[in-house]
Design a protein around this ligand. Structure first.
Ligand code: NAI
Ligand code: MG
Length: 369
C-alpha cells in the first residue's frame, strides 16, 4: 500500500451526493483534529455521469479506481434513466466496477446498535448486541457457471439451466478473507454450503477445512448447511461471528441478516478483490441501500450507512482500527442521544435531517477525541 491514502469518491445519483457530503464532514474533522489527510479524487457515476457524459461510467473512472487504495461509493439508480437502454442504466456503473476490479468477496455486517434494538421485527432480546459479518463470494457460483441458458427439447418443451461451479482457488481466496476478518473480530468462522446434496458444496467444505488446518488453526471453524443457517439466523443470530458462503446462499443469507437490524439506512458493506504483487488490494465500500429516489433531494436521507461504510474503509483498507472504532462509537452515541432520521424514527425521539445527523456525529467525535 502506498504511503499516501489514495481515495476515489463516487457519490453517484439520488441520495448518494447528499449522504457523501456528511462523510466529507468527517474527513474534514479527521484532517483538522487528527492530522490525517487523504489524497482524494472525486468523479461522476450513474445518473450523474449520464447527465454529463452520456454513459453510466467512463473508462477513466475505472482507471482511477484501479489507481486508488480504496473506493467509497454512494449509490446509483436514478429512475430518470430507466428507459435509456440496458447498457445505459445507472446501475451498470457499480456492476462494471465490481467486474473490472475483480471484487470477489462481499462483506456485509449486520450490527444492531443498542438504541435501535426495537427497530427489528424480531424481539429486542434476540437481536440486542448482534454483530455478525457475512462474507459472500460474488464472482463465481451458480450465477456465472456453465452450462446455462434456456433450451428447447425435441418434444417442444423447454428447460432452464444454471450450474454451480466453484474451483479450489475461488473457494480458498474467499475463505481466506473470512479467516483474516475473524482474527480482527471474535475469531470464529462458520462456513455454509449444502454438502449433503451438492458436489460443489462438498468441495467447498473440504477446501475450507484444509485451509483452516494449514494456516488458520487459531480461528474457530464450524460448518453449517445453508437451510439450517437460515433458520439459525432467525432463531439465535448472535451465535455467529463471521459466516462465509457462496454467491447464491450469500445473496439470500446476507439480505436476511441485514433485515434482522430493521434499518436499511444503517448498513454499510465492503467488496474486496485479490491482493496484488505490491500487496495492494482493490476494495470498494458502499451502503447496502440504493439511491432512494423517493426521498432524493429532500435532505432527509440517513447518512449513517455511508458514514459506517467509510469506517469500514478505514478498518479494512488502511488498518486504522482506532479511527474506525471512534466513528462507530460516535454513531452509537448519536443514536443513544435520541436523534433519528425519519427512516429509523420511533416515538419520543427527535426527527432530524441528513445534515443535522452528520453534524451530530462530528460533535460526538469531538467529545471522543
Ligand atoms: P433503495 O434502497 O434505494 O430504497 C428502498 C427504500 O428505503 C426507499 O423507501 C428509500 O427511501 C429507503 N431508503 C434507502 N436508503 C435510505 C437512507 N439512507 N435513508 C432513508 N431511507 C432510505 O431501494 P430501491 O428503491 O429498490 O432502489 C432504488 C434504485 O437504487 C434502483 O434503481 C436500484 O436499482 C438502485 N440500487 C442501487 C444500489 C447500489 O447503488 N449499489 C443497491 C440497491 C439498489
Ligand atoms: Mg440481494
Amino acid at each position: 500500500m502506498s504511503e499516501t491514502k489514495k481515495l476515489l469518491i463516487l457519490p453517484g445519483d439520488g441520495i448518494g451526493p447528499e449522504i457523501m457530503r456528511e462523510v466529507a464532514r468527517i474527513m474534514a474533522w479527521m484532517s483538522r483534529v487528527r492530522g490525517i489527510n487523504f489524497d482524494i479524487t472525486e468523479d461522476l457515476v450513474g445518473g450523474a455521469s449520464l447527465a454529463v457524459h452520456g454513459v453510466p461510467i467512463r473508462q477513466e473512472v475505472i482507471d482511477e479506481a484501479r489507481a486508488a487504495d480504496a473506493v467509497l461509493f454512494g449509490s446509483v439508480g436514478d429512475p430518470k434513466w430507466a428507459s435509456a437502454g440496458f447498457d445505459l442504466r445507472p446501475e451498470i456503473a457499480i456492476l462494471k466496477l465490481r467486474q473490472e476490479l475483480g471484487l470477489f468477496a462481499n462483506l456485509r455486517p449486520a450490527k444492531v446498535f443498542d438504541a435501535l434494538a426495537d427497530a427489528s421485527t424480531l424481539k429486542p432480546e434476540v437481536v440486542r448486541g448482534l454483530d455478525i459479518m457475512i462474507v459472500r463470494e460474488t464472482v463465481g457460483g451458480i450465477y456465472f457457471g456453465n452450462p446455462r441458458g434456456i433450451e428447447t427439447l425435441p418434444d417442444g418443451s423447454r428447460r432452464g439451466i444454471n450450474t454451480e461451479v466453484y474451483s479450489t482457488s475461488e473457494i480458498e481466496r474467499v475463505a481466506r478473507v473470512a479467516f483474516d476478518l475473524a482474527r480482527k473480530r471474535d475469531n470464529r468462522v462458520c462456513s455454509v454450503e449444502k454438502c449433503n446434496v451438492m458436489e460443489s458444496g462438498l468441495l467447498w467444505k473440504e477446501v475450507v477445512t484444509d485451509l483452516h488446518a494449514r494456516e488458520y488453526a487459531d480461528v474457530q471453524l464450524t460448518h453449517m448447511l445453508a437451510d439450517n443457517c437460515a433458520m439459525q439466523l432467525v432463531r439465535n443470530p448472535r451465535q455467529f461471528d463471521v459466516i462465509v458462503t457462496g454467491n447464491l446462499f450469500g445473496d439470500l443469507l446476507s439480505d436476511l441478516a441485514s433485515m434482522l437490524t430493521g434499518s436499511l439506512g444503517m448498513l454499510p458493506s465492503a467488496t474486496l478483490g485479490a491482493v496484488d504483487a505490491d500487496g495492494r488490494r482493490p476494495a470498494l465500500y458502499e451502503p447496502i441501500h440504493g439511491s432512494a429516489p423517493d426521498i432524493a433531494g429532500k435532505g432527509q436521507a440517513n447518512p449513517l450507512a455511508q458514514i459506517l461504510s467509510f469506517a469500514m474503509l478505514l478498518r479494512y483498507s488502511f488498518n486504522m482500527l482506532e479511527d474506525a472504532e471512534m466513528i462507530e462509537t460516535a454513531v452509537a452515541n448519536v443514536l443513544a442521544s435520541g436523534l433519528r432520521t425519519p427512516d429509523i424514527m420511533s416515538p419520543g425521539m427527535a426527527v432530524v435531517g441528513t445534515e443535522v445527523m452528520g453534524e451530530a456525529v462530528v460533535r460526538e467525535l469531538d467529545k471522543l477525541q
